[in-house]
Write a protein that binds this ligand. Structure first.
Ligand code: MN
Length: 487
């Protein structure tokens, strides 16, 4: 989908045609400039002067799949009662962009005509009131339309809005159920569809095995070429790699046929398969598909959404699992990995394809997997949990480092990081909030983007940052629990 955003400018008839023509010309200029610097086009739709112009444009925005959100701004004063019906009916993300045409107050020129034309400071306050009065979720961004800091914030908001659109369109293919007895990977799929739009359904592992049976040697040959061009092959066991290619092709065919962007499987249900998909899942993630291990459909869908919110529509975001800690004082780190399935979009350098024995699950043969170290840099981990009656999104700021030791016998990809505010306090906060061991780790989606996404989806958001203390967090969770029960 080629997403775009619609600009609706507020005004009224009071100032005469000349002013309205100027507003119209400037709105076009601003939309053109923003389209040049933002990741998605801004399409100027209307300078609204009546209730009908607002509601007609909003209803069209609701109906058009390509419209991922609306941006509003009041160049002049725009009485807000005329916005009530439109904003009430709006079901797309909304950004109130409080900008103004000029940067400076022109000392010599300024007179009452200038004041009437350039009164965003005035008009945007009236516009802000009606958003607050209607309790409508919205992002307010203030600043000049040529300012790069403003572009960055608008760009991030757009990506969150695209994340909302991708979420509403999300279909998850489940092979097998959740891992037996595990609690945090469970969840209310009906609630997830109501709030997030996710269609989460199951397909038989037997159907996947049948699909694998019809994959041709030629199809495998051509995927092997892709593997060779992307990764270093550090194993003589070509059969194991070819088997992963066969699994990947079959999973992809089934997902594409059903329009699924994410999948989950479990090592406890591989009936008829020789290996848990390792390399297969990793390469599918590299292509932008979401994945969750042990039947974790929540983390799978969230991975696909956060990938879509990242750089170029397929960013550095991946299914991750907290495994073990390094607790030496002054160098406390978390080591994240998975049995096999870590997305190479996190990799520093070129991943290697290796084969090793996998003790967990029904693996008749050693599965091929990509092995690499994660990049250093700032990031987040995100976990979506079902609190019973509502979903809670927990996001923690992290600082990834080059792993401080080589770990030559660890046969899987690994990422090392320090959680904020420090490892141990961060662990206490994460556990207090109920965050899962499965997360989506991202280098290019920020906590603010996830907060905006949670607001768009109307779910609870908890952020653990360098400012968080366990005591403040406990109070926050207590208050939010009460607030969400009242809704
Ligand atoms: Mn796991």
């Amino acid at each position: 989908m080629n997403y775009e955003f619609w600009l609706i400018v507020g005004s009224q008839f009071l100032y005469g045609n000349e002013v309205l023509e100027t507003v119209d010309t400037r709105a076009k200029e601003i939309a053109k400039k923003l389209s040049e610097v933002l990741p998605y086009p801004v399409v100027y739709k209307v300078t609204a002067k009546t209730n009908k112009e607002v509601t007609d444009t909003v209803r069209e925005a609701n109906y058009r799949n390509e419209c991922a959100g609306i941006i509003t701004w009041c160049h002049t004063f725009s009485p807000s009662k005329m916005w009530i019906d439109g904003i009430r009916d709006l079901n797309k993300p909304w950004c109130h962009f409080a900008t103004q045409y000029n940067v400076e107050i022109p000392n010599e020129e300024i007179d009452m005509d200038f004041m009437n034309l350039n009164q965003a400071a005035h008009g945007d306050r009236e516009h802000g009131f009606i958003g607050a009065r209607l309790r409508k979720p919205r992002k307010v961004i203030a600043g000049h339309w040529t300012d790069e800091r403003v572009h960055k914030r608008l760009s991030d908001w757009m990506k969150s809005a695209v994340g909302a659109a991708v979420s509403r369109d999300m279909k998850v293919m489940r092979f097998g159920d959740n891992m037996r007895e595990v609690a945090v990977t469970e969840g209310d799929k009906v609630e997830a569809q109501i709030k997030l739009g996710w269609q989460v359904n199951t397909w038989a592992v037997g159907d996947l095995v049948k699909e694998m049976g019809s994959v041709t040697e030629e199809e495998i040959d051509s995927l092997m070429e892709v593997y060779k061009s992307s990764y270093d092959i550090a194993t003589d066991n070509t059969d194991a790699i070819r088997y992963q290619a066969k699994e990947e092709i079959a999973i992809k065919k089934m997902m594409d046929r059903e329009g699924c962007r994410a999948f989950s499987n479990t090592f406890q249900d591989l009936y008829g398969m020789e290996q848990l998909p390792g390399l297969a899942s990793q390469h599918l993630m590299a292509l932008g598909y979401g994945y969750g291990g042990e039947g974790d459909w929540k983390v799978s869908a969230l991975t696909a959404i956060m990938k879509a919110m990242g750089k170029g529509g397929n960013g550095s975001s991946a299914f991750m699992e907290d495994y073990t800690y390094h607790l030496v004082e002054g160098q406390e780190y978390s080591l994240g990995a998975h049995m096999l399935e870590v997305c190479p979009s996190l990799a520093e350098g070129r991943p290697r394809i290796e084969t090793h024995h996998l003790g967990i699950g029904m693996n008749e043969k050693d599965p091929a997997r990509l092995v690499f170290e994660g990049k250093a840099g700032k990031g987040i981990v995100a976990s979506l949990i079902d609190m019973g009656g509502r979903l809670r999104l927990i996001v923690q700021d992290i600082e990834c480092v080059k792993p401080i030791m080589p770990m030559p016998n660890l046969p899987v990809a690994r990422v090392m990081w320090r959680a904020m505010p420090d490892l141990l306090t961060g662990v206490e906060c994460w556990i207090t909030a109920g965050g899962a061991h499965h997360t989506v780790l991202s280098y290019d989606v920020t906590a603010e983007m996830m907060r905006d996404w949670a607001n768009m989806m109307d779910i609870e958001f908890v952020h653990i940052s360098k400012e968080t203390t366990p005591a403040k967090l406990e109070d926050e969770l207590f208050i939010k629990d009460l607030a969400w029960k009242l809704r």
